[in-house]
Design a protein around this ligand. Structure first.
Ligand SMILES: Cc1ncc(COP(=O)(O)O)c(C=O)c1O
Length: 467
């Protein structure tokens, strides 16, 4: 079969191995090397490594290149901006790409109310700033977050993140006034017996599933949870990933989000939607909030916002965002002109190339294949996700649902050896997620899935593993 994968050496090849050896002497081991390849070029959904191997990228730089590597519009916009200037510092001098991008995000994010946007450099920084603004506006200190949630690696973002290893172990003390409540993870819910389970029997996560299937989606249950956690009237904000990202691609059921949003409103709590991984077309809509009819008070974005350049945004109600005093918000690099120009090109591509709709089609294709595999391989316990934010959860046994981290690792290694970059996720490291560029055409997705299928077959013991 002729495809885009072209392997000239084993993976990693000698040049990748040599750079990794230098890396290990120059860079602390705490910064992980999820794959051992050294990349010299990336285009669309294809990576070329230092040994001239061509691989398919189903990781997309962890959800950063929804528009593909080096989207021509992004490359051109950055070049043109670089010919003008690269930095003047927005708090010092105003420039149009920043203002225009703020205007566009105010327009395209959910809700037609008046909004404001400001920019920072990373997802973690957006999280910190959203909470800072929410605390200022409400005069309250508490922040409610979720089990299995991931919000970043700075001190407050780390406190809001659930998973201990590797994100929190040994890194305390953590920021105070953070309260964690259960995420409606139907597949692993304590009352899982109440929902039909197993691949193919439902849309896991339930956005398009049966009404009433989520045992946590009631006012009474929310009140019980808060009664043992924190006084809701002292809470500034609830921060939520509508579909968990690092936590394993678990979409919250719609009825749960409806109840939670109502609960928040009744208690004067701001709803912060962390759309850093769900954003920019990934779920089949520009923002996951649109699947829920949710209008968050604050929505934070990063990753695919600028097609590969570092940029993050805090967008929200004008009265909330305008509350802090002059000088209370900002930063040296936030809203860098090159990144803003790139983000404007990303938004153009999203609209003109109808990328969210493409994501839905690609996601349906991937999910259909995952479901076929689930009928064949008992190690696949669940298949789920909105749009192209798709994952499978691997278990040793469908009855006990014991996470199978080992088979997950074998599939990832087998895929890489065959030329496909795949990423894991999940609190127990037993989820394989797909973050392929949304611009990838069907034949490339199919080629990637064929490799995935071969790795799965080998990892499940049905075919010989590659040496
Ligand atoms: C949902 C979510 N929030 C926040 C972050 C932190 O973003 P960054 O790594 O840019 O600080 C991430 C990163 O993976 C994320 O997925």
């Amino acid at each position: 079969m002729s495809g885009v994968i072209r392997l000239q050496t084993e993976i990693p090849g000698p040049k990748s191995r040599a750079l990794l050896a230098r890396r290990n002497k120059a860079v602390p081991r705490g910064v992980p090397a999820v794959t051992p390849i050294a990349v010299v070029h990336a285009e669309g959904a294809v990576l070329t490594d230092a040994d001239d191997n061509r691989l398919i990228d189903f990781g997309g730089g962890i959800g950063v290149v929804n528009t593909g590597h080096r989207h021509p519009r992004v490359v051109q916009a950055v070049r043109e901006q670089l010919d003008q200037f690269a930095h003047v510092c927005f708090p010092v001098s105003t420039y149009e790409p920043y203002v225009e991008l703020a205007e566009r995000l105010n327009r395209v994010t959910p809700g037609s109310h008046e909004k404001r946007t400001f920019f920072v450099n990373s997802g973690s920084e957006a999280v910190e700033n959203a909470v800072k603004v929410a605390r200022f506006f409400t005069g309250r200190q508490g922040v409610v977050c979720f089990e299995h949630g991931f919000h970043g690696r700075t001190n407050l973002a780390m406190a809001l993140t659930a998973k201990v290893m590797p994100y929190k172990k040994g890194f305390g003390p953590f920021a105070p006034e953070v309260y964690r409540i259960p995420f409606p993870y139907c597949y692993r819910c304590g009352e899982a017996g109440r929902v039909p389970s197993g691949p193919g029997t439902r849309e896991a996560g339930g956005v398009s599933g049966e009404a009433g299937s989520c045992c946590m989606a009631s006012r009474e249950r929310l009140e019980q949870i808060f009664a043992g956690t924190v006084d809701p009237d002292s809470v500034a904000a609830i921060i939520m990933e509508l579909e968990l990202g690092e936590g394993g691609f678990v979409p919250a059921p719609r009825e749960y989000v409806d109840e939670l949003a109502k609960f928040a409103r009744d208690h004067g709590i701001l709803f912060i939607a962390d759309e850093i991984q769900t954003g920019f077309g990934r779920t089949g809509k520009l923002f996951a909030s649109e699947h829920y009819g949710l209008v968050p008070d604050i929505i934070i974005t990063a990753k695919s916002l600028a097609g590969g350049l570092p940029l993050a945004a805090v967008t929200g109600r004008a009265d909330v965002l305008d509350a802090p005093h002059v000088g209370g918000l900002g930063g040296t690099y936030g809203g860098n002109p090159l990144a803003c120009a790139a983000a404007l090109a990303v938004l153009d591509a999203m609209e003109e190339e109808r990328i969210p709709a493409r994501a839905q089609r690609t996601g349906d294709r991937i999910k259909a294949r995952f479901r076929e595999w689930a009928d064949e391989y008992p190690c696949i316990g669940d298949v789920r996700g909105l749009g192209a934010m798709v994952a499978m959860e691997l278990v040793t046994d469908r009855q006990t649902r014991t996470p199978d981290k080992a088979v997950t690792a074998r599939i990832l290694a087998g895929a890489l050896a065959r030329g496909l970059v795949l990423l894991s996720a999940g609190t127990y490291g037993n989820v394989i997620r797909v973050l392929a560029p949304l611009t990838a055409d069907e034949s490339l997705i199919d080629e990637g899935l064929t490799v995935f299928g071969a790795a799965l077959e080998a990892a499940a013991g049905r075919a010989p593993a590659l040496a």
